[in-house]
Design a protein around this ligand. Structure first.
Ligand SMILES: Nc1ncnc2c1ncn2[C@@H]1O[C@H](COP(=O)(O)OP(=O)(O)OP(=O)(O)O)[C@@H](O)[C@H]1O
Ligand SMILES: [Mg+2]
Length: 243
């Protein structure tokens, strides 16, 4: 069991995001949102299509920058960091799981998983051991050498979750991680996220429009038209225990 503490790992202070295209059209995707996420939390960003969920995750993951406001990740103000500092932060502290698994088609499951370690100085042997252990933990023991097109959607998404975990991130971001999956595969992926949160103490932020997915998180932040409308915490402990 990982001890929780009250350290804030993600903080948004009045964050705005305006997208603009080449012809000068602008779209206000976030209208000044503020929230804090503490280490070890499992949070769902919920809202309908177009509400701003992916925008929030991209900003947390420093894949994009805000138009106004302040974002702090692991105590660092990302709005004041250089591109190379941001790349280091992403590589060392953040793991991504995307809706469309984004696996490299010509690489095997285990090669996909170990890809993010190529830029680090980790030893090949240790990386392979960790990758094998994680793949086994998500039920892919016999499938290390399979290519993505030889795996089901649920299996591909589990490979993508393991790839996001390989560098032992403090923060795991999952954008509609079950959007393309049937119910059984979706539950399997969500249970893995819940276990990672519980056992490794990884802070998890996922986005979903689906209340049945949101229930797996311990806290939900609802957004609509780029504004936070409400929040709620998991009320019944019994609901989390069954995961
Ligand atoms: N690059 C962009 N340029 C212009 N507008 C954009 C861009 N990216 C997103 N938007 C707009 O910003 C709003 C929020 O988009 P976002 O992708 O964050 O929504 P979402 O909640 O993730 O939706 P979905 O559930 O469909 O994935 C949308 O109205 C979208 O059209
Ligand atoms: Mg989205």
């Amino acid at each position: 069991m990982v001890q929780k503490n009250s350290e804030t790992v993600i903080s948004f202070d009045n964050v705005q995001k305006v997208y603009s295209n080449k012809s000068g059209m602008t779209y206000v995707a976030l209208r000044g949102i503020s929230f804090e996420i503490k280490r070890g939390e499992f949070v769902a960003i919920m809202g309908p299509s177009g509400s701003g969920k992916t925008t929030v995750l991209d900003l947390i993951g420093t894949l994009d920058s805000p138009t106004a406001g302040t974002i702090t990740i692991s105590g660092k103000r990302v709005t004041e960091m250089s591109n190379s500092e941001l790349a280091t932060l992403r590589n060392e502290e953040i793991g991504f799981v995307f809706q469309s698994y984004n696996l490299v088609p010509y690489l095997s499951a285990i090669q996909n998983v170990t890809l993010p370690t190529l830029v680090s100085k980790r030893r090949g042997e240790e990386v392979m051991r960790t990758a094998a252990k994680l793949l086994e933990e998500v039920g892919l023991a016999g499938k290390f050498e399979k290519k993505p097109n030889e795996l089901s959607g649920g299996e591909q998404q589990r490979v993508a979750v393991v790839r996001a975990l390989i560098n032992n991130p403090k923060i795991l971001l999952a954008d509609e991680p079950t959007g393309n999956l049937d119910t059984k595969s979706a539950i399997a992926v969500l249970q893995i996220l819940a276990r990672v949160n519980r056992e490794y103490g990884t802070t998890i932020v996922l986005s979903t429009h689906d209340p049945e997915v949101g229930i797996f998180a311990k806290r939900r932040i609802f957004i609509r038209d780029g504004i936070i409308t409400k929040e709620n915490m998991m009320q019944k402990l019994s609901e989390t225990k069954k995961l």
